[in-house]
Design a protein around this ligand. Structure first.
Ligand SMILES: Nc1ncnc2c1ncn2[C@@H]1O[C@H](COP(=O)(O)OP(=O)(O)OP(=O)(O)O)[C@@H](O)[C@H]1O
Ligand SMILES: [Mg+2]
Length: 257
């Protein structure tokens, strides 16, 4: 593996998901989902519309309570914990379509994210976020509503990373963003993983996620249909199901901006 020893405050902890079952309303949307998100790498979770990817993200973040199975951070049981407990344990979740507070400046949006941290960690967290996204310094006093989509997504990621999480879960980061913006954001996730964080990347565009990931899982109909190396999927794209390929092979360069 390519785990580098740039770890600072991040503790190398893996996320383990075992036999997870999640229902929405009366319908079970995740059945017996098991996967590991190892420290120091990017793990990709792929799958078509409605597969249950966002439901998994919400369950990992403590928003949906699983009806079966377990979520562990290292040895620590996170199953059924509330979102603030999950966050405090070191799991940062960026749900699909996460929005900023539009009337607040970049500075205030970031400060909101570090509010619950111990005093000394707040400043360090904001400094860390600005190291990752120096562009935000120029936008420091700008209200979030005046930022471009890419800049807003930078602030969203900066909010998640300011707490120096052990695990980062990102749902559909590239959705609606121009390819040039995606190219700017993705290396940050690679660096975050290289510094020891366990990164779970949920992506609509398989090739974007597979470019960064070591391991990949395909979720379809609420079940894991494939778990293997990202290289295996790059070498054998047929392993993505036909239904999924329609979406996965759509190149973001071709999509309307
Ligand atoms: N709020 C909700 N209430 C009830 N069912 C829901 C809700 N949100 C999603 N579902 C259902 O749960 C299933 C899984 O949806 P989910 O959003 O997790 O899929 P997804 O893989 O994230 O899809 P997408 O690629 O469109 O984001 C789908 O059948 C969906 O219709
Ligand atoms: Mg989704």
């Amino acid at each position: 593996m390519t785990t580098r020893t740039r770890t600072r405050t991040t503790t190398a902890l893996a996320l383990h998901v075992e036999g997870l079952r999640v229902a929405r309303g009366t319908r079970t949307v995740l059945h017996d989902v098991s996967l590991d998100v190892p420290a120091g790498e990017v793990t990709a979770l792929l799958g078509p519309n409605g597969a249950g990817k966002s439901s998994l993200v919400l369950a990992l973040g403590g928003v949906l309570r699983p009806t079966g199975g377990r979520v562990l951070l290292g040895e620590r049981e996170l199953t059924g914990r509330r979102p603030e407990q999950v966050r405090a344990a070191g799991v940062a979740v960026v749900p699909e379509g996460r929005r900023l507070l539009p009337g607040l400046t970049v500075r205030d949006n970031l400060h909101t994210a570090v509010y619950a941290l111990p005093h000394a960690a707040r400043r360090a967290g904001v400094d860390h976020a600005l190291e990752l996204f120096p562009e935000l310094r120029e936008r420091w006093r700008t209200p979030a509503r005046s930022l471009s989509g890419g800049q807003q997504q930078m602030v969203v990621l900066a909010q998640a990373l300011a707490s120096r999480p052990s695990v980062l879960v990102v749902d559909e980061l590239s959705l609606g963003l121009a390819p040039v913006v995606v190219k700017r954001l993705m290396p940050v996730l690679a660096d975050v993983a290289a510094s020891g964080t366990a990164v779970l990347l949920i992506e609509q565009f398989a090739h974007v996620a597979l470019a960064l990931a070591t391991t990949a899982h395909i979720l379809e109909g609420g079940r894991i249909r494939f778990s293997g190396t990202a290289q295996e999927l790059k070498d054998h794209p047929d392993k993505l199901s036909t239904a999924y390929l329609l979406r996965a092979n759509a190149d973001p360069e071709d999509s309307p901006s």
